[in-house]
Design a protein around this ligand. Sequence first.
Ligand SMILES: NC(=O)C1=CN([C@@H]2O[C@H](COP(=O)(O)OP(=O)(O)OC[C@H]3O[C@@H](n4cnc5c(N)ncnc54)[C@H](O)[C@@H]3O)[C@@H](O)[C@H]2O)C=CC1
Ligand SMILES: O=P(O)(O)OC[C@H]1O[C@](O)(CO)[C@@H](O)[C@@H]1O
Length: 385
Amino acid sequence: MRAVHFGAGNIGRGFIGLILSQAGYEVVFSDVNDTLVEQLQEKKAYTVSLAGEAGEKFHVTNVTAINGKQQDSVAEAVAQADLVTTAVGVNILKHIAGGIAKGLELRLERGAAPLHVIACENAIGGSTQLKEHVYGHLNPELQEKIGRSVAFPDAAVDRIVPIQHNADPLEVTVEPFYEWVVDESQMIEGFHRIPGVHYVDRLEPYIERKLFTVNTGHCAAAYWGYLQGCATIQEAMANPDIAGKVRRVMEETGALLVRKYGFDPDEHERYIHKIITRFTNPYLSDEVTRVGRSPIRKLSPNDRLVRPALQSYELGLGYEHLAMAMAAGFRFDDAADPEAAEIQSDLASLGVSATIVKYTSIPADHPLHAAILNEYEQLKKAARS
Ligand SMILES: NC(=O)C1=CN([C@@H]2O[C@H](COP(=O)(O)OP(=O)(O)OC[C@H]3O[C@@H](n4cnc5c(N)ncnc54)[C@H](O)[C@@H]3O)[C@@H](O)[C@H]2O)C=CC1
Ligand SMILES: O=P(O)(O)OC[C@H]1O[C@](O)(CO)[C@@H](O)[C@@H]1O
C-alpha cells in the first residue's frame, strides 16, 4: 500500500510518516523543500529519535519523495495512492489543492479505488477545509462523481516536534507521546485502519480538547516566555509565574470543556497535568518563536485563544487568562515571523483597539475586547518600566 503525505517537515517525518511506515505503507512525501526531497529520494530512509531517558530510535524505511512544485508528479502520485495525508500547515492547504484535484480527476478516469484524504493540521475541520479548496478546482459534475469515492475525514494530531538542529537533515527528534484521532463518521468503505490511530464517531470533543488545552497552553507559554526574554518553552516553564499562568489558562479552557462535553473534571485535571509535563520535557528544547509562530492564525476567531474565550464568556465562565494570553500574543514581535510583523505594523498604524478587532473579530464593545485591551496596555506599561 502506498500513502502520499504532503509536508516532509517535523510532523510529516516525525509523526505521520513514522506511523504510516510502521503500518506497512510505502510513504511518498511531497514537499517543496528541494534538499528534503533530494535526501529522501537518495536515502529512502530516516531516523526518528524519541526525546526521553531511553533515547529510543526508529529507522523509518520504504519512504521516498516527489517535488511538490511539479503539479503533474503530484497528481500522478495522488492517482496511484491508497491514502493521502497532509501536515503542511493549514494556510498551505490551498496551495496543495490543485495537484490533489488533478490527481482525483485521474483516479476517476482510471476507475481507481475509493480514497481517504486526511489533513493532519492544527485546526478545526482541517480535512473539510482541504476538501473545499480541492473542490474549488473541480466543476459540479466532477465534484459529485468524485464525492462518491473520495472522503476527507477530519483529524486531530498531537505530538510536540520542535525545530530540528541535527547534522542529518532527515533525522527528527520527537516527544514520546502522540495522539492521532480520526473522525470515522466521515469515512467511506474501503478504509484500512491504521494501527496507532484512534477512530471516533464525533471528533469535535477531541479536537477542541487538544486545541484548547495543548495548543492554548503552549502558545500562552510561548507568548509570556517571549516577553520575559526566554528562548525556549522549557526556560519559560521554569519561571513559576509563567508556569502558574499557563496552568490557569488551561484551567479556564478546562472549565469550558468540562461544561460543554461533560468530561470528568478529575480526568481532565490529569490531562492538564500530563500536558504540563510534556511542555517541561527536559530532553526537548523547543523555541518560543516556533510555538508562538503565526500569531494571526493563533489569534483568529476559530483558533485556540479567541474561540474558547468567546465560548467561556457566553457560558458565564472565566476568560481572564485567555485575554492575558491574547494581549501577550499581540506583543509577540518576532521580526522573523511575517504574521507578527504584520500585526506590529497594524498596531502602529491602526491603533490597538482596531487591531484587536481586525484579527480576533471581537467587536470593540465586547467585554472580552476591553479585557484584551486592558491587558495589552498593562504589558506595554510593564515593558516601559
Ligand atoms: N510540530 C509540531 O509539534 C506539530 C505541528 N502540527 C501541525 O502540523 C503541520 C506541520 O507542522 P510542522 O511539521 O511543525 O511544520 P514544518 O514546517 O516542519 O513542516 C511543513 C512542511 O511542509 C512543507 N510544505 C510547504 N508548502 C508545501 C507545499 N505546497 N507542498 C508540499 N509541502 C509543502 C514545508 O517545506 C515543510 O517541510 C502544521 O499544521 C502544524 O500546526 C500539529 C501538531 C504538532
Ligand atoms: O503552532 P502550530 O503550527 O499550530 O503547531 C505547533 C503546536 O502543536 C503542538 O505540536 C502540539 O501538538 C505544539 O508543539 C505546538 O504548540
